[in-house]
Design a protein around this ligand. Structure first.
Ligand code: 5GP
Length: 174
Protein backbone atom coordinates (compact mmCIF):
# COMPACT_ATOMS: atom_id res chain seq x y z
CA UNK A 1 0.00 0.00 0.00
CA UNK A 2 1.39 3.37 -0.96
CA UNK A 3 1.03 6.51 1.14
CA UNK A 4 -0.24 9.62 -0.61
CA UNK A 5 2.49 12.14 -1.44
CA UNK A 6 3.54 14.27 1.48
CA UNK A 7 1.51 17.45 1.26
CA UNK A 8 2.71 19.48 4.20
CA UNK A 9 1.38 22.98 3.74
CA UNK A 10 2.97 24.54 6.80
CA UNK A 11 4.62 23.56 10.06
CA UNK A 12 2.41 24.77 12.88
CA UNK A 13 4.49 23.62 15.87
CA UNK A 14 8.13 22.71 15.35
CA UNK A 15 10.13 19.96 17.01
CA UNK A 16 11.93 22.24 19.47
CA UNK A 17 8.69 23.87 20.65
CA UNK A 18 7.15 20.43 21.22
CA UNK A 19 10.18 19.25 23.21
CA UNK A 20 10.20 22.39 25.37
CA UNK A 21 6.50 22.17 26.14
CA UNK A 22 6.65 18.45 26.91
CA UNK A 23 9.46 19.11 29.41
CA UNK A 24 7.32 21.81 31.07
CA UNK A 25 4.29 19.53 31.29
CA UNK A 26 6.46 16.76 32.73
CA UNK A 27 7.81 19.12 35.38
CA UNK A 28 4.29 20.24 36.33
CA UNK A 29 3.04 16.67 36.63
CA UNK A 30 6.11 15.60 38.66
CA UNK A 31 5.51 18.43 41.10
CA UNK A 32 1.82 17.71 41.43
CA UNK A 33 2.15 13.93 41.79
CA UNK A 34 5.36 13.18 43.74
CA UNK A 35 3.88 9.78 44.69
CA UNK A 36 3.54 8.83 41.02
CA UNK A 37 0.93 8.49 38.30
CA UNK A 38 -0.50 6.00 35.85
CA UNK A 39 -0.47 7.45 32.35
CA UNK A 40 -3.26 6.04 30.19
CA UNK A 41 -2.40 6.75 26.56
CA UNK A 42 -4.96 6.77 23.78
CA UNK A 43 -3.60 4.85 20.78
CA UNK A 44 -2.44 5.39 18.27
CA UNK A 45 -2.07 9.15 18.24
CA UNK A 46 -0.58 9.60 21.71
CA UNK A 47 2.39 7.23 21.25
CA UNK A 48 5.16 9.80 20.81
CA UNK A 49 3.64 12.26 23.26
CA UNK A 50 3.32 9.60 25.96
CA UNK A 51 6.82 8.28 25.29
CA UNK A 52 8.35 11.76 25.63
CA UNK A 53 6.09 12.95 28.45
CA UNK A 54 6.74 9.86 30.58
CA UNK A 55 10.49 10.50 30.35
CA UNK A 56 9.99 14.13 31.39
CA UNK A 57 8.16 13.05 34.57
CA UNK A 58 10.53 12.58 37.49
CA UNK A 59 8.10 10.80 39.84
CA UNK A 60 7.23 7.10 39.40
CA UNK A 61 5.26 6.38 36.22
CA UNK A 62 3.23 3.38 35.17
CA UNK A 63 1.62 3.30 31.76
CA UNK A 64 -1.32 1.68 30.11
CA UNK A 65 -3.08 2.09 26.78
CA UNK A 66 -6.54 2.13 25.29
CA UNK A 67 -7.46 2.13 21.62
CA UNK A 68 -9.89 4.71 20.29
CA UNK A 69 -11.05 5.60 16.84
CA UNK A 70 -13.59 7.99 15.43
CA UNK A 71 -11.83 9.57 12.45
CA UNK A 72 -11.82 8.63 8.78
CA UNK A 73 -9.59 10.95 6.75
CA UNK A 74 -10.15 14.43 8.15
CA UNK A 75 -13.73 13.84 9.31
CA UNK A 76 -14.89 12.47 12.63
CA UNK A 77 -17.49 9.74 12.26
CA UNK A 78 -19.08 10.98 15.49
CA UNK A 79 -19.19 7.51 17.02
CA UNK A 80 -16.27 6.74 19.30
CA UNK A 81 -15.03 3.15 19.45
CA UNK A 82 -13.09 2.55 22.65
CA UNK A 83 -11.38 -0.59 23.80
CA UNK A 84 -10.54 0.05 27.41
CA UNK A 85 -9.12 -3.22 28.69
CA UNK A 86 -6.23 -2.03 30.82
CA UNK A 87 -3.41 -4.44 31.53
CA UNK A 88 -2.77 -2.99 35.01
CA UNK A 89 -4.93 -1.88 37.92
CA UNK A 90 -5.76 1.78 38.44
CA UNK A 91 -7.85 1.51 41.62
CA UNK A 92 -6.51 3.99 44.22
CA UNK A 93 -3.98 5.37 41.72
CA UNK A 94 -3.75 8.83 40.26
CA UNK A 95 -4.50 8.46 36.55
CA UNK A 96 -3.69 10.92 33.79
CA UNK A 97 -5.26 10.34 30.39
CA UNK A 98 -2.73 11.23 27.69
CA UNK A 99 -4.31 12.32 24.41
CA UNK A 100 -2.84 13.72 21.20
CA UNK A 101 -5.64 16.19 20.49
CA UNK A 102 -9.00 17.05 22.03
CA UNK A 103 -11.42 18.02 19.29
CA UNK A 104 -15.14 17.39 19.90
CA UNK A 105 -14.29 16.01 23.36
CA UNK A 106 -16.17 12.76 22.75
CA UNK A 107 -13.19 10.42 23.09
CA UNK A 108 -11.84 11.80 26.36
CA UNK A 109 -15.30 12.12 27.81
CA UNK A 110 -16.10 8.46 26.99
CA UNK A 111 -12.77 7.34 28.45
CA UNK A 112 -13.25 9.30 31.68
CA UNK A 113 -16.65 7.66 32.12
CA UNK A 114 -15.24 4.19 31.60
CA UNK A 115 -12.19 4.70 33.86
CA UNK A 116 -14.37 6.04 36.65
CA UNK A 117 -15.82 2.54 37.06
CA UNK A 118 -12.35 1.28 37.98
CA UNK A 119 -12.12 3.45 41.14
CA UNK A 120 -8.99 5.50 40.49
CA UNK A 121 -7.92 7.99 43.16
CA UNK A 122 -8.17 10.78 40.59
CA UNK A 123 -8.43 11.22 36.83
CA UNK A 124 -6.62 14.05 35.06
CA UNK A 125 -6.42 14.87 31.36
CA UNK A 126 -3.25 15.86 29.53
CA UNK A 127 -3.50 16.68 25.85
CA UNK A 128 -0.75 17.81 23.54
CA UNK A 129 -3.21 19.89 21.50
CA UNK A 130 -6.58 21.43 22.23
CA UNK A 131 -8.97 22.57 19.48
CA UNK A 132 -11.60 24.31 21.63
CA UNK A 133 -13.57 25.72 18.66
CA UNK A 134 -14.77 22.22 17.79
CA UNK A 135 -15.89 21.15 21.26
CA UNK A 136 -19.26 19.41 21.50
CA UNK A 137 -18.84 17.60 24.81
CA UNK A 138 -17.17 19.69 27.56
CA UNK A 139 -14.10 17.99 29.05
CA UNK A 140 -11.85 19.12 31.88
CA UNK A 141 -8.29 19.59 30.57
CA UNK A 142 -5.70 19.73 33.32
CA UNK A 143 -2.57 19.93 31.17
CA UNK A 144 -2.52 21.29 27.63
CA UNK A 145 0.52 21.60 25.37
CA UNK A 146 -0.86 23.91 22.70
CA UNK A 147 -4.20 25.45 21.80
CA UNK A 148 -4.78 25.71 18.05
CA UNK A 149 -7.54 27.04 15.78
CA UNK A 150 -9.85 24.71 13.84
CA UNK A 151 -7.30 23.16 11.46
CA UNK A 152 -6.68 19.50 10.63
CA UNK A 153 -3.15 18.72 11.74
CA UNK A 154 -0.77 15.76 11.32
CA UNK A 155 2.55 14.66 12.75
CA UNK A 156 4.04 13.65 16.13
CA UNK A 157 1.55 10.77 16.29
CA UNK A 158 -1.36 12.40 14.47
CA UNK A 159 -2.33 10.82 11.16
CA UNK A 160 -4.22 11.38 7.97
CA UNK A 161 -5.53 7.92 7.00
CA UNK A 162 -2.65 6.37 9.01
CA UNK A 163 0.05 8.40 7.22
CA UNK A 164 2.27 11.21 8.56
CA UNK A 165 2.35 10.03 12.18
CA UNK A 166 6.15 9.92 12.16
CA UNK A 167 6.68 13.58 11.28
CA UNK A 168 8.63 15.09 14.19
CA UNK A 169 6.56 18.30 14.06
CA UNK A 170 2.88 19.24 13.89
CA UNK A 171 1.85 20.34 10.42
CA UNK A 172 -1.15 21.42 8.40
CA UNK A 173 -1.64 19.45 5.19
CA UNK A 174 -2.92 20.86 1.92
P1 5GP B 1 -12.60 13.93 19.71
O1 5GP B 1 -13.22 12.70 20.26
O2 5GP B 1 -12.12 14.92 20.74
O3 5GP B 1 -13.48 14.58 18.66
O4 5GP B 1 -11.40 13.49 18.83
C1 5GP B 1 -10.25 13.04 19.29
C2 5GP B 1 -9.54 12.27 18.21
O5 5GP B 1 -9.85 12.75 16.89
C3 5GP B 1 -8.07 12.48 18.37
O6 5GP B 1 -7.51 11.54 19.23
C4 5GP B 1 -7.57 12.31 16.95
O7 5GP B 1 -7.36 10.95 16.69
C5 5GP B 1 -8.71 12.78 16.09
N1 5GP B 1 -8.48 14.17 15.63
C6 5GP B 1 -9.15 15.28 16.00
N2 5GP B 1 -8.65 16.38 15.40
C7 5GP B 1 -7.63 15.93 14.63
C8 5GP B 1 -6.70 16.60 13.77
O8 5GP B 1 -6.66 17.83 13.57
N3 5GP B 1 -5.79 15.80 13.16
C9 5GP B 1 -5.75 14.44 13.33
N4 5GP B 1 -4.81 13.79 12.67
N5 5GP B 1 -6.61 13.80 14.13
C10 5GP B 1 -7.53 14.54 14.78
Amino acid sequence: MQNPPLQVKSVLIDEKAIQRRVEELGAEISEQYPEGVVLVGILKGAIYFLADLSRAIKSPVEMDFVVASSYRGTESSGAVTLSTDLSGKIADHHVIIVEDIVDTGRTVSALIASLQDKDPRSIGVCTLIDKPDRRIVPVPIDYCGFTIPDKFVVGYGLDYDQAYRNLPYIAVIA
